[in-house]
Design a protein around this ligand. Structure first.
Ligand code: ADP
Length: 400
């Protein structure tokens, strides 16, 4: 069965086509700048690639174009031939603790949650609606970035704010990157050949967005992102934690409006705000060249991480493993070393040689005497969405 995994952003669409259950990647690609003068399509399949620049007004047109291209490139007949479409849906609120097959009610709930994810959920809905028209018979599945964190206890998810903010406006911590945290926790259990129920881990997803998660027995009990992905760690362009009083202060002092503040904290802060680049590779390069701003960005990034890992380790009581994933987690031995050096108080000891290797495969990187294991585990969010979609449509198809 062929399954298409879609990750819709406000002006982009990333996709991967899998053969399931083999989990074989048949094609992948991206359509960027949707709604602009010229949209860009890039497709990779087998050892070939295809590029095109064409005007696409919205996600529906983008998917129509993709459907026209797939047979031409001999990748797939048409969308009706798909066994399922799996959507990465950013915000499932309190409504979804697991992946679901999309029906009218699910669609309506995702729509109702738009105020919590005003950029992301509408884009997800556009993809869902486009498929309903283009391939009405193909089952669609929603896999939520928030679902894994629905197991957090109230003391972790409630903010200390007036009760009505939560009751009436749903202001609480939801957490994101759940697909990735769940996946690397399961992988950790598999790789260490230990039942997941027995494992206490801290998983660090460090990409453009970054979050930490405390996982007990395969369940998220605490995570660093909150109502939105802005809370927590320092990220490429997001500030992470800050004093909320900074917002009214900057409003009064600099005349910034709330949309401007939101934009600056999401797009102009983090590594970019401190060090001039949102890219950790660039930060490390500039730091090696002696640039002070870049060094500060790196240090603030690691310092914030340290605060979270330290707190989570204490919360867990026993830390069996620390897991690094995401672009930075997987590929920056410098970040891993800087963090682990400062975690010595927990008995954590990195194996410097293992840490320096970038094999692209899951690898343990702790020294034999380390009290906790340390792992690099490449994440595979699209693969998880394909698996979840396959599982859900297979369950639905089998006799009850
Ligand atoms: P996204 O969150 O968009 O999926 P990724 O998980 O690919 O992004 O992570 C992107 C981040 O990973 C960028 O900050 C990039 O600089 C960083 N990164 C990738 N390779 C390296 C490397 N070799 N050393 C340091 N950072 C790296």
């Amino acid at each position: 069965m062929k399954i298409l995994v879609l990750n819709s952003g406000s002006s982009s669409l990333k996709f991967k086509l899998y053969l399931m259950p083999e989990r074989k990647l048949l094609a992948e690609g991206m359509i960027a700048r949707i709604g602009e003068e010229e949209s860009e399509i890039r497709l990779l399949y087998g050892d070939q690639s295809f590029d095109e620049k064409v005007k696409l007004a919205n996600h529906h047109e983008a998917l129509e174009r993709l459907e026209a291209l797939l047979p031409r490139l001999k990748i797939l007949g048409n969308f009706a031939k798909l066994g399922a479409v799996g959507h990465r849906v950013v915000h499932g609120g309190e409504a979804f603790a697991e992946s679901v097959r999309i029906d009218g009610e699910v669609r309506e709930t995702i729509r109702r949650l738009i105020p919590l994810a005003p950029l992301h959920n509408p884009a997800n809905l556009e993809g869902i609606d486009a498929f309903k028209v283009l391939a009405p018979g193909v089952p669609q599945v929603a896999v939520f970035d928030t679902a894994f964190h629905q197991t957090m206890p109230p003391e972790a998810y409630r903010y200390a704010i007036p009760k009505a903010w939560y009751r009436r406006y749903h202001v609480r911590r939801y957490g994101f990157h759940g697909i990735s945290h769940a996946y690397v926790s399961r992988q950790l259990a598999r790789l260490t050949a230990r039942p997941i129920e027995t494992l206490n881990a801290v998983t660090l997803h460090l990409g453009n967005g970054a979050s930490a998660c405390a996982v007990v027995g395969g369940r998220s009990v605490e995570t660093s992102m909150g109502l939105t992905p802005l809370e927590g760690l320092v990220m490429g362009t997001r500030s992470g934690d800050l004093d909320p009083a900074i917002l009214p202060y900057m409003h009064r002092q600099a005349g910034l409006s709330f949309p401007e503040l939101e934009r600056e904290l999401n797009r102009e802060s983090g590594l970019k705000g401190l060090g001039g680049s949102n890219d950790m590779r660039e930060i490390q390069k500039r730091m090696a060249a002696g640039e002070e701003g870049a060094k500060l960005a790196f240090e603030v990034f690691v310092h914030r991480l340290l605060k979270y890992v330290g707190a989570y380790a204490v919360m867990l009581g026993r830390l069996d493993a620390l897991v690094f994933t995401g672009g930075i987690g997987e590929h920056s031995p410098e970040v891993r070393a800087a963090l682990c050096e400062r975690l010595g108080i927990l008995g954590i000891v990195l194996d410097a040689e293992a840490n320096a290797v970038d094999s692209g495969a899951p690898e343990p990187i702790h020294a034999p005497e380390s009290r906790s294991e340390i792992w690099v585990i490449p994440t595979d969010e699209e693969g998880v969405i394909a698996e979840e979609s396959y599982r859900i449509v297979s369950e639905n198809d089998s006799p009850k």
